[in-house]
Write a protein that binds this ligand. Structure first.
Ligand SMILES: [Zn+2]
Length: 268
């Protein structure tokens, strides 16, 4: 379904407008294929498609295991997948822990053969706010999703780990959120910044260099238009802005209480 970037961008637009029109109050798509969604979104999608109310099909063969490193429960078909997800979750918790942000309660992570956006097709993953569960597409099905994107240039395993980091960051930030944002960019900034931070340095450099026309981190403003029309640009700049700050952690903690100058807020 995704031969080029056009349908990906369209997916982001649909999610954005659905949210703004009140049809999907908690649909927050990071760029175009990493989403936060709640049951109202799933229910709306189910009604439209006349399908069961779910954003991902249950995995009958999946087994659940709690990570040794942290109270994160991983559901996946194989021990290798569960091990990898635990390792990535640990990285995400460490990056957030450096900023004093930690899990409030166990987090559920499900590795699925396919995760579908409520209003469109297959996506990398999403965070379901209602059920507080992270859904991630299994690694074997990632190549078709990264095709023709800058992510295709990165080693698959490294990118995949970073994808899990991204979604776990959503989950932990959600648990600590004190004030909901009206901006999708506010949810995606920490997820992308820490996703890129989690990449090995050489891989990160490859990704950063794939995005031209980088601006000075001092002058960056993040908004939903940039997020939806160029999520890769958004990701690179979120990372650079976070790293360039005297205290990037202040940005993350500011986002939890809805107070950051670099993301304009919309009236509620
Ligand atoms: Zn996201």
């Amino acid at each position: 379904m995704r031969d080029d970037l056009a349908p990906l961008t369209l997916l982001g637009i649909l999610c954005f407008f659905g949210s703004q029109q009140g049809q999907a109050q908690q649909a927050v798509c990071g760029g175009d294929y990493v989403c936060i969604a709640d049951d109202s979104v799933a229910a709306a999608a189910a009604a439209r498609r006349d399908q069961p109310s779910a954003v991902a099909k249950p995995e009958n063969l999946a087994a659940q295991e709690r990570c040794a490193e942290a109270p994160v429960d991983i559901s996946a078909a194989s021990p290798d997948e569960r091990r990898l997800a635990c390792s990535a979750a640990k990285d995400a918790l460490q990056l957030l822990g450096n900023c004093g942000i930690s899990l409030r309660r166990p987090l559920n992570v499900q590795i699925m053969s396919e995760v579908r956006h409520p209003f469109s097709g297959a996506i990398f993953g999403l965070f379901d706010t209602k059920q507080e569960r992270v859904l991630v597409t299994q690694e074997a099905n990632i190549p078709s999703l990264v095709k023709d994107t800058p992510y295709a240039e990165l080693p698959e395993r490294d990118f995949y780990r970073s994808l899990i980091v991204h979604e776990v960051v959503h989950g932990v930030m959600h648990q600590n959120l004190k004030r909901k944002s009206t901006s999708h960019a506010a949810y995606e900034y920490p997820a992308y910044a820490l996703q890129i931070a989690s990449l090995p340095s050489s891989v990160r450099d490859t990704f950063l260099q794939s995005i031209p026309n980088r601006a000075s981190p001092d002058n960056l403003v993040f908004n939903d238009s940039i997020l939806f029309f160029d999520p890769f640009f958004f990701a690179v700049h979120a990372y650079q802005h976070f790293k360039a700050a005297d205290n990037g952690c202040a940005h993350l903690n500011g986002l939890l209480v809805g107070e950051v100058a670099f993301i304009p807020t919309l009236p509620p």
